[in-house]
Design a protein. Structure first.
Length: 434
């Protein structure tokens, strides 16, 4: 007897649920990675069965959920966190700034916070990171703004989910009439004064890469309260077409319909009967997420509190262990509002062993480690070869120190309580060798 489409779909989803239960956990202790359950795979199946692959109902629903969870009015999804930063800088450049305007950012971080600045013909001004919280120091910010009147924007990340001194940073920016944006790719789940950390600044960007707090496999997002910025980012994401509806859902619910609220420039050389879907208002891209990505993220967002609690538990196990060691390392204490991205250790410089010894030992024992992203980005060939594209303020001893001496252990939801304790036990074994 032939089965109906609905019966086959139900069987496929049931098989996926059984497959999830039988999935084997990796033998090594991973630094980070995705934790996907039945809900995500069921949602993926629904997206596939809908046969709507880009910008469908899951995308619209998840954008609204992201905005609500972030205490913002508007949410936007894109195909990657780096694309989120590119959209933000492109829209900000279109609306507010001009070629050559300076954007203050940290010299220690990840390239995709910096590269969109240069892509949009603006100039990154690198300042050193603060070792107290691995973020931007408000006094360093004020010193830079006093000296350089060309700074129009501040764009920095909350490194490893640790809190910036947000209130002080915003106050300094208001004093000097500059905007502040936050790259939130490490910090989704952290709160500041009981509010989501991404609720601060003019806009916040996200990465939903597989190693992050929640994942879409690949993916990114942006939230803001600024309707003009939101619509401009959507335009840049969607090839440069400009829709003035703050939350477009017409196409996802009625695929053959045209959006009735498209903004058009009337005084142009296009024929008067030109199809609105092919009128481009800005020099945009195609950076939309797959509907499949949005379906995964939709269910992952529901698990954020669970994942945050696991991260805090694992971080505490590592912190309690390393705080008792007398080897001259620096670690960072967190509070109950912080959702850590990883567990950082600034290693001693006067020990008989060095970072490579430790990385090699941990790797041989099945424990993954990482560095703090780019360390001092200005030392990398990509930036050394483009020195005319950026400027530097002050010295960068902290960024150099981090580049040379910091190491990250994982504390994410892929790590069990026993595995976190194993990291500590293996570190004991390592020290005994020296």
């Amino acid at each position: 007897m032939n089965k109906t489409k609905e019966e086959i779909e139900k069987e496929i989803k049931t098989l996926f649920e059984q497959w999830v239960e039988l999935k084997e956990n990796p033998s090594k202790i991973r630094y980070a990675g995705p934790v996907l359950g039945k809900e995500e795979y069921s949602s993926m199946c629904d997206a596939i069965f809908s046969d709507w692959w880009s910008g469908g109902k899951y995308t619209v629903e998840t954008e609204r959920k992201l905005a609500k969870m972030s205490d913002r009015n508007h949410g936007l999804l894109t195909n990657a966190g780096s694309s989120a930063n590119l959209l933000l800088m492109s829209a900000a450049r279109e609306l507010y700034f001009k070629d050559g305007d300076k954007i203050l950012t940290l010299s220690c971080g990840f390239p995709t916070t910096v590269n969109p600045i240069m892509t949009n013909r603006m100039t990154p001004l690198f300042v050193d990171i603060d070792l107290e919280d691995l973020n931007l120091n408000p006094q360093k910010l004020e010193d830079a703004l006093k000296k350089d009147k060309g700074i129009k924007v501040v764009f920095v990340a909350h490194t490893l989910g640790l809190k910036s001194k947000i209130t002080d940073l915003i106050e300094v920016c208001r004093k000097y009439n500059v905007e502040i944006f936050f790259d939130n790719c490490d910090a989704y789940g952290t709160k500041y004064n009981c509010r989501p950390i991404q609720a601060y600044g003019k806009a916040a960007t996200y990465s939903f890469y597989v190693a992050h707090h929640v994942t879409a496999g690949e993916g990114g997002g942006i939230t803001t309260n600024d309707i003009d910025l939101h619509l401009a980012m959507r335009s840049f994401r969607n090839w440069g077409r400009y829709c003035i509806s703050p939350n477009c859902c017409v196409r996802s619910e009625h695929p053959n319909a045209f959006c009735p609220t498209t903004r058009l420039t009337r005084d142009c050389d296009l024929p008067s009967d030109y199809i609105v879907n092919y009128q481009y208002e800005v020099l945009g891209y195609n950076l939309k997420p797959l509907e499949l990505q949005s379906a995964i993220l939709n269910k992952q967002l529901d698990k954020l509190d669970l994942f945050d609690n696991i991260r805090r538990r694992n971080y505490k196990i590592l912190y309690d262990y390393f705080s008792k060691l007398d080897i001259g390392c620096k670690i960072w204490e967190i509070d109950a509002e912080t959702s850590p991205f990883a567990f950082p250790i600034l290693l001693p410089t006067n020990a008989k062993w060095n970072r490579k010894h430790l990385i090699d030992f941990m790797s041989r024992n099945g424990i993954e480690t990482r560095l703090l992203f780019g360390g001092n980005l200005m030392k990398h060939p990509a930036y050394q070869n483009k020195k005319s594209y950026w400027e530097s303020f002050g010295t960068h001893e902290n960024s150099d120190n981090i580049m040379n001496n910091i190491l990250l252990f994982g504390c994410s939801q892929v790590i069990s309580e026993d595995q976190a304790k194993t990291i500590c036990n293996k570190f004991d074994e390592f020290l005994k060798q020296w």
